[in-house]
Design a protein around this ligand. Structure first.
Ligand SMILES: [Zn+2]
Length: 93
């Protein structure tokens, strides 16, 4: 079971390093399926192959920014690619 929190209309899963809940050690993880024209086209013929990003932050105060990042994210690929992982804290400091 996971807990969720929403920010700017995006749901974030609350998880913990090594899976052990500890106060102050929360990691907020959000996902987005890409709905760019390439992904939409590909899914007409090959369903379920949305490209996607998983991004996380440890700072609850940055959830709104991360939500905006996820909403604006696009895969920029014509092909089906592996999930993109994005550490919002280290990439944007
Ligand atoms: Zn896409």
């Amino acid at each position: 079971m996971s807990d969720f929190i929403s920010a700017n209309g995006v749901m974030f899963r609350i998880c913990y390093k090594n899976g052990t809940p500890a106060k102050g050690k929360e990691i907020y993880e959000g996902q987005k399926l890409c709905k760019c024209p390439n992904c939409i086209n590909r899914n007409k013929y090959d369903r379920g192959t949305w490209n996607q990003v998983t991004a996380w932050t440890k700072d609850v105060a940055r959830l709104n920014d991360l939500a905006d990042f996820l909403k604006g994210w696009e895969c920029k690929s014509e092909a089906s690619i592996k999930t993109t992982y994005y550490d919002f804290d280290s990439e944007t400091n």
